[in-house]
Design a protein around this ligand. Structure first.
Ligand code: HEC
Ligand code: HEC
Length: 349
């Protein structure tokens, strides 16, 4: 009888060991392609230092939608960056973070970040991996400290497993946290709008109105909103009056310190612009019509206005007829990429 018990115990131990071995067996992360539309420029992000994998993407996605990255446990990245609006904060001129506190800028869309060199309206973040530190630590956004975030993740049931899947062991540090967030955001490529399919010659036809809008856009807007990303990624002042609610806003000067950069902002990409209202760094315009009226009649000389917006007589603005405004708006709406907005890979649920 005793022999049997010993034998059973031995078998049990062997089975337990096998199970353990299975659990500890670490699968190599599955490489994930970044699909780059053929009409797009080269990728700016160095993927060699952060090779994209399915497991890294999944980890980044969970982190992106996790409120525990904030001090109150409820403000996730996705709180201010909603997919349905190309990852902007719908209904907010300037973003709202923890405890309803207000920031001073309009949440930017998150798309095609792999092709950008610098981030935020004033270029304060010089690398995508560093960008999330700003919202996580900002008092009016997530108001948390990175070491606290890491402690919460280490104490969680799921995260150590997910980090192991993505990186081979369960070490949870800031580099891995930030690289995983980048993995998720890098995959957010929006390049399947009607315009893209037209541009790549995939059989999409634009209406006469849209084509006329594209033509006017190329003449009057594309020196700044250049190329297939619709931005040359430079910092410019497009002649907006200073916003009295935010007198401390200095634009690019906040980063560079140079007076000549006062109130300059990174030229925004106009992709998905139909969805990312309200517009400008402070969300001051609710509609594209208001933006067109501003370009035609609303500019003010505030010291650093882009020379291309001032004619030889010294008057400001881009002359636009009513039809031209309508045509440009019709064209801008061809930049809406519904496949991206509805892509389940990026959805919270
Ligand atoms: C409280 C709202 C809020 C939260 C939460 C938030 N963001 Fe943002 N995000 C913004 C605003 C506002 C900007 C523009 C900031 C600026 O220009 O100063 C921005 C800009 C960005 C940009 C730059 C985009 C570009 O085109 O340059 C990235 C990337 C980004 N956020 C990612 C994240 C990630 C990742 C998280 C979570 C860790 C996050 N955000 C959390 C509001 C938020
Ligand atoms: C001299 C460069 C320049 C020219 C020319 C220019 N823009 Fe802009 N545009 C900018 C800058 C810079 C901003 C951001 C300004 C800010 O937020 O303070 C901007 C913002 C915008 C926005 C708001 C984008 C957003 O995400 O909120 C739209 C829409 C826009 N421009 C459309 C146009 C159209 C249409 C034309 C041509 C009629 C045009 N722009 C010409 C530089 C330019």
């Amino acid at each position: 009888m005793q022999k049997w018990i010993v034998l059973l115990a031995v078998v049990a131990v062997i089975i337990a060991c096998q199970n353990n071995a299975e659990e500890e067996y670490i699968a190599v992360p599955t490489p994930m392609e970044l699909s780059i539309p053929t009409n797009f420029p080269e990728v700016a992000y160095n993927l060699e230092v952060n090779p994209l994998t399915e497991e890294g993407f999944e980890l980044g996605k969970k982190l992106f939608y996790d409120g525990s990255l904030s001090s109150t446990g409820v403000v996730s990245c996705g709180f201010c960056h909603e997919q349905a609006f190309s990852f902007t904060h719908h209904g907010h001129t300037v973003s709202h973070g923890v405890n309803g506190l207000e920031g001073f800028r309009n949440a930017q869309p998150l798309h095609n970040l792999a092709f950008f060199n610098e981030f935020t309206w004033d270029g304060a973040a010089t690398h995508l991996d560093l960008q999330p530190i700003i919202p996580i630590t900002s008092e009016v956004e997530m108001n948390e400290r990175i070491p606290n975030v890491l402690s919460k993740l280490r104490a969680d049931k799921e995260y150590p497993k997910l980090f192991t899947k993505a990186y081979g062991d369960d070490v949870i540090n800031s580099e891995r946290l930030l690289k995983a967030l980048s993995q998720f955001m890098l995959q957010m490529v929006s390049g399947n709008s009607r315009y893209d399919k037209y541009s790549r010659g995939e059989g999409e036809i634009l209406t006469d109105k849209e084509l006329a809008g594209l033509e006017t856009f190329r003449q009057k807007c594309a020196n700044c909103h250049a190329g297939e990303l619709f931005t040359d990624q430079s910092y410019r002042n497009n002649g907006l009056p200073m916003n009295p609610n935010f007198p401390e806003e200095e634009g690019r000067k906040r980063v560079s310190g140079f007076q000549e950069d006062h109130y300059k902002f990174r030229v925004p990409s106009l992709r998905n612009i139909e969805l990312t209202f309200p517009y400008m760094h402070d969300g001051r315009f609710g509609t594209l019509e208001a933006v067109m009226d501003f370009y035609a009649n609303g500019m003010v000389a505030n010291g650093t206005v882009d020379p291309s917006l001032i004619d030889s007589n010294g008057s400001l603005g881009i002359p636009l007829s009513i039809t031209e405004k309508e045509n440009i708006i019709a064209f801008l709406k061809t930049l809406t990429d519904n496949e991206f907005i509805e892509d389940k890979r990026f959805a919270e649920f």
